[in-house]
Design a protein around this ligand. Structure first.
Ligand code: NDP
Length: 492
């Protein structure tokens, strides 16, 4: 363990941050390393409903002050947060990998990316330009400005514990909102570390609040609070729809990023070695626990056998182990509950008639953790549950397509639509796929996972609801338009 991480660890008795003060909880939970369950990352305070009440109340006052503070103050604060995240990406990435289980390079990359969200939105704060219009009435000018919503609730998942939160928190603050953040319960250390950085900035007391606690109590309490004006959520569809129902009764502005079932199509003219690399990266990066993971491989029949042979060889060769160990290519899954759900999906896939060609079993390694061998199913059919439901696991299933039209049909044949990839050397095929894909993001000769931070991100159908996240599109959710009509009259 590095000296820097030992210093972070020494502080890890993480409290909530409410109304500008660090607060103990009614209860505490332990944060356990999924690579080694004997390693306790820290103890974290659990908020109670009164903390939500206090956080939102303080946020309301602080938000008005923050919105009036001026563009340059907001930009400077965001820039400072971003630069600190980038400068400490190795140390905080190690902490993230330790509590979430993704390999170190992914943990470090995620923290660095989180920093980029802050520096990007620091600049966007300055670019919140309005517009003007000619009125249909003589002598009247029209101004269209974008104002903050007020207090925004953010509920985030564990799979990208710092990046997902950052792509919500940064634009919320950039455009003048206050934030109350409820992170996922299995990854509190990353949430606490980000909050610790934000708590040291020159911001109004109460502008930013961290309330850790279980989703079904504290998350629900936050979503039901009468004084939040916006709610941005990433997680499962089931929780998302419950939150939407709650928010709808109070007309709270909503943004939901939920499940996916991303296809990766391989055509017979693809560079097969590259296609296999992209497939493995998309399916097993982050132990398959990405909303952009490739959980369905749709392979053109002429190259099916050759692709499968290479895919199996590469999957079997993946080194699974402790997330912080050099040379490990896939860490554990996040929790015992997730591992057990994954193994249930493996049993289900077999019972549905798919052929398990490799992996799918729990692994007993030197460290006691939630390890499983990456799994590939063959001879799948589209309507099998393993090809319809988000598993969030290192499990992928190969389907066969006779031609591009069938590949497109299969790619679109789920309730979801987040990302979709195709490997082909044909511009015409790639273009047809891109146009026909019912998904929010299309990847041509790239893995289904892996996006930029300065362009819109989101899906269609059951994957997303509400305005897009990231890039300039974020202004749509975190602000509302005000249209002013001005009649100046005649000058004296
Ligand atoms: P959840 O949807 O349960 O959790 C996401 C966030 O919502 C967490 O902060 C959680 O808190 C909170 N939450 C849970 N219940 C409520 C509630 N009733 N009201 C308000 N907030 C709530 O996802 P999980 O993390 O449990 O993962 C389950 C599955 O969801 C995964 O296996 C995967 O299929 C999918 N998922 C998809 C993601 C995506 O990016 N598409 C991201 C994460 C998950 P707490 O952690 O305390 O439960």
């Amino acid at each position: 363990m590095s000296t820097e991480l030992m210093q972070v660890n020494a502080m890890l008795n993480g409290q909530n941050f409410v109304a500008g003060e660090w607060r103990d909880g009614a209860d505490w939970i332990e944060d356990i390393n999924p690579s080694d369950v004997t390693d306790i990352v820290g103890r974290f305070a659990q908020a109670q409903p009164s903390d939500i009440h206090d956080a939102v109340a303080a946020a309301q006052g602080a938000q008005r002050e923050w919105a009036a503070a001026g563009l340059e103050s907001r930009a400077a604060v965001l820039d400072t947060i971003g630069r600190e995240l980038m400068a400490r990406s190795k140390e905080l990435g190690e902490l993230l990998s330790r509590e979430e289980g993704k390999i170190l390079a992914e943990g470090v990359g995620e923290v660095y990316r989180a920093g980029q969200f802050f520096t990007y939105f620091a600049a966007e704060a300055l670019r919140n330009l309005g517009s003007s219009a000619e009125s249909v009435r003589a002598g009247v000018d029209v101004l269209i400005e974008r104002e903050p919503l007020g207090v925004v609730a953010i509920i985030s998942p564990w799979n990208f514990p710092i990046a997902t939160a950052s792509w919500k928190i940064a634009p919320a603050l950039a455009f003048g909102n206050a934030v109350v953040w409820k992170p996922a319960s299995v990854t509190p250390a990353s949430a606490w570390a980000l909050t610790e950085i934000i708590s040291r900035q020159a911001i109004p007391k109460g502008l930013f609040n961290l309330v850790m606690g279980s989703g079904s109590t504290i998350g629900r309490e936050l979503a039901a609070n009468a004084d939040i004006q916006g709610l941005s959520f990433t997680g499962s569809g089931a929780v998302g729809s419950g939150i939407a129902a709650l928010a709808a009764t109070r007309f709270v502005k909503l943004q939901l990023e939920m499940g996916s079932k991303n296809p990766f199509v391989v055509m017979d003219d693809a560079d097969l070695d590259r296609a296999v690399d992209l497939a493995v990266n998309g399916a097993f990066g982050g132990s398959g626990q990405k909303c952009t993971a490739a959980s369905r491989m749709i392979v053109h029949r002429p190259v099916h056998d050759a692709f499968v042979e290479k895919l199996l060889a590469k999957t079997k060769a993946l080194k699974v182990g402790h997330a912080l160990e050099a040379g490990v290519q896939m860490g554990p899954v996040v929790s015992a509950g997730q591992l057990s759900a994954n193994l249930d999906y493996v049993t289900l896939g077999k019972s549905e008639g798919a052929e398990l060609a490799t992996g799918g079993e729990a692994l007993d390694l030197a460290h006691r953790g939630h390890y499983m061998a990456p799994a590939v199913f063959l001879n799948g059919r589209s309507l099998m549950r393993i090809n319809q439901e988000e598993m969030f696991a290192p499990i992928t299933c190969v389907l066969t397509a006779g031609d591009l039209d069938e590949a497109i049909f299969l790619a679109n044949d789920t309730p979801y639509g987040l990302t979709a990839g195709i490997a082909t050397r044909s511009l015409a095929r790639a273009t047809k796929f891109r146009r026909a894909s019912r998904s929010g993001c299309v990847m041509v000769n790239l893995a289904t996972a892996g996006t930029d931070y300065h362009v819109p991100f989101g899906g269609v159908r059951a994957s997303s609801y509400g305005p897009r996240e990231q890039g300039r599109a974020a202004v749509e959710f975190y602000t509302q338009a005000k249209t002013s009509y001005i009649h100046a009259g005649a000058a004296e």
